[in-house]
Design a protein around this ligand. Structure first.
Ligand code: PLP
Length: 458
């Protein structure tokens, strides 16, 4: 295995992308040095030798050296339909030829059309949609709305949660390794519920787990003085390693929240748009809980364009007294692309594809797991699948194994993600157009990567 070796995946299938500009090791090193000189130290650290992606098509991406990879991470779940989807490319190009930006000062036909579709899909009655440029800004806005509506800065969040990188959203991040500061304008209370298989309630059945977490929430609320504004929760924790409580947990929480008048914010930044296969939104796995008061989205809707947003009941959305605009939120270029992307997703039933191909991929991963001493658990649903790794033959989380598998998978032409409470989960989230053949190809690459990692760990 050499770090610069041609990815195995590039030997199968057509080389449809341009192969010009193959770079030498020194050109790569020079770019990396320039990167380190002007960009923060914490960026481009995923691989020992960072990858420079130059273009993509379908479920594949190419690097500057001409290596092709099967993309099982989709730019952190942003490439929802496919790379270079002609429908999205054409919509963006057409809009770019007309006008790039107008701002929220003016009417926008596309913003109205997209908001109409999202409001309908959200399940929230009398919904209003506010567009932002990222998931962080969406969650900031949701927290602004909830705290203003309730007149309180107390927020409930799940342990092991991640909601963004702004000062406010860091204040509801339930894992200190993802929160660069412990200071926050919010007073956040963390509850159990995101991590099902580790922690104090790990040995409990689904029903017992739900009862224990709900009792924990009730107990907490009994002790807290003052008013709590909202609970913010990811239905499946993304950065947290694709973990979740049992289906129905949030419905049990909702009954408690309702007694206290506390709002429920569902963060669908990773779980939205059918990715989980069984449901269009992650909250729908807790159907009796819904609809939520506030829903946030981002990532997949733009297929890579910077779009996020908040959907809320009209009385919640309109509780702000000052004019609160987002200069780039809902810009013509992002709404044009998002409309084309969402249209494609719905017309081609990509939620159904996520369910079918995701189910097959999961069964393949379970078969791979059965033969690997490194895998403790395969989890998730649809095309949002996590693989938790441990030190061989133990129950000890192994971030080292996760890092090794990531590198090795790269050598086999496969890009995956990692994360999780202990940094030991592999995250698999390809574009929702993934084919059966690609699912098989990815599972094979992962099998090889796990075997190599197990070998090097002895
Ligand atoms: N919420 C969740 C669940 C996320 O996973 C993320 C990013 O990973 C965010 C919010 C923040 O989104 P962004 O990076 O677009 O600001």
């Amino acid at each position: 295995m050499t770090p610069t070796g041609t990815a195995t995946g590039s030997q199968t299938g057509p080389q449809t992308g341009p192969r010009t500009g193959a770079r030498t090791e020194s050109a790569h090193a020079a770019l990396h040095a320039r990167h380190r000189a002007v960009l923060p130290d914490w960026l481009a650290t995923y691989y020992a030798r960072p990858i420079e992606l130059t273009h993509g098509e379908g479920r594949h991406v190419w690097d500057a050296e001409g290596n092709r990879y099967l993309d099982f991470f989709g730019g952190i779940l942003t490439t929802m339909t496919a790379h270079a989807l002609p429908e999205v490319t054409a919509a963006v190009a057409e809009q770019a030829g007309k006008i790039l930006h107008t701002s929220t000062l003016y009417l926008s036909r596309q913003a109205v059309e997209l908001a109409e579709r999202i409001a309908r899909l959200s399940g929230i009655p009398d919904a209003r949609v506010f567009f932002t440029t990222s998931g962080t800004e969406a969650n900031d806005t949701a927290l602004l709305l909830a705290t203003a509506y309730r007149g309180s800065n107390q927020i409930l969040a799940l342990r092991n949660s991640y909601h963004g990188r702004s000062f406010t959203s860091i204040g509801v991040t339930g894992n200190s390794s993802w929160s660069p500061t412990s200071l926050s304008p919010l007073q956040t209370l963390y509850v159990h519920g995101g991590v099902r298989t580790r922690g104090p309630y790990a040995h409990l059945s689904d029903a017992e787990f739900t009862a224990a977490c709900t009792a924990d929430l009730e107990d907490l609320l009994g002790q807290v003085g003052g008013r709590v504004a909202a609970l913010i929760a990811e239905p499946i924790q993304g950065v947290g390693g694709f973990t979740s409580g049992p289906d129905g947990l949030l419905a049990a929480f909702r009954r408690v929240l309702d007694r206290h008048g506390i709002l429920w914010i569902t963060d669908e930044v990773q779980t939205g748009w059918g990715r989980t296969g069984d449901h269009f939104w992650g909250w729908q796995a807790h159907a009796q809980a819904g609809p939520p008061d506030i829903l946030t989205f981002a990532k997949g809707i733009g297929n890579g364009l910077s779009m996020g947003g908040v959907v809320a009941r009209a009385d919640v959305m309109n509780c702000l007294t000052a004019n609160s605009i987002s200069t780039f939120g809902g810009s013509p270029i992002t709404t044009a692309g998002a409309l084309a992307n969402l249209g494609y997703l719905l017309d081609h039933d990509l939620q159904g594809n996520a369910r079918r191909v995701g189910g097959l991929l999961r069964s393949r991963l379970e078969a791979v797991a059965a033969g690997s001493p490194l895998v403790r658990e395969v989890r998730g649903r649809g095309l949002m699948l996590g693989v938790e790794l441990v030190e061989p033959g133990t129950d000890t989380p192994s971030p080292t194994a996760a890092a090794l598998v990531l590198e090795s998978a790269r050598e086999h032409g496969l890009l995956i993600g990692k994360g999780g409470r202990d940094g030991n989960a592999l995250r698999i989230a390809p574009p929702l157009t993934l084919t059966v053949a690609e699912a098989e190809e990815g599972a094979q690459a992962l099998r090889a990567a796990l075997a190599e990692a197990a070998e090097s760990l002895g």
